[in-house]
Design a protein around this ligand. Sequence first.
Ligand SMILES: CC(C)(COP(=O)(O)OP(=O)(O)OC[C@H]1O[C@@H](n2cnc3c(N)ncnc32)[C@H](O)[C@@H]1OP(=O)(O)O)[C@@H](O)C(=O)NCCC(=O)NCCS
Length: 117
Amino acid sequence: MTTFKLVMPGDLNHYGFLFGGKMLMWVDEAAWMAVSNDFPGQHFVTVGMSEVRFKKSVHPKSVLRFESERTRIGNTSVTYHMDVFSRPIDIAAEELVFHTDITFVRVDGAGNKIPVR
Ligand SMILES: CC(C)(COP(=O)(O)OP(=O)(O)OC[C@H]1O[C@@H](n2cnc3c(N)ncnc32)[C@H](O)[C@@H]1OP(=O)(O)O)[C@@H](O)C(=O)NCCC(=O)NCCS
């Protein structure tokens, strides 16, 4: 699944670049939309991310592209690989700024893990 985000002034840290916590929130959100789309009617919570490394600073006024690809279906969990690309709005080229593997667990209404269907 592909989703996009426009970096706004309120998303920046005190140095004027994207705040890393925002990136993690958007990665979680984009991947959650992918798992919810792939498994409609089932409820998922995030259980973990693999390596979290910010490879490049994200400049203000950038458009981010989130590319999630499902890489594993387990018993109760599903894993997605996520690449995030950044493109400053006045530049044509984009670059990879972040990647991780993010895993969700299917839960019932009480928050207990249950097998993925
Ligand atoms: C998600 C939750 C229900 C899992 O319950 P649990 O008893 O701890 O689960 P387990 O340790 O048996 O792991 C369940 C699955 O997650 C996988 N898993 C656990 N930790 C993982 C990690 N760090 N990375 C990737 N996968 C992980 C396990 O391999 C297992 O997969 P499988 O069933 O497909 O083989 C529970 O940990 C929980 O409620 N966590 C909070 C979730 C949440 O609130 N997320 C939002 C963040 S604020």
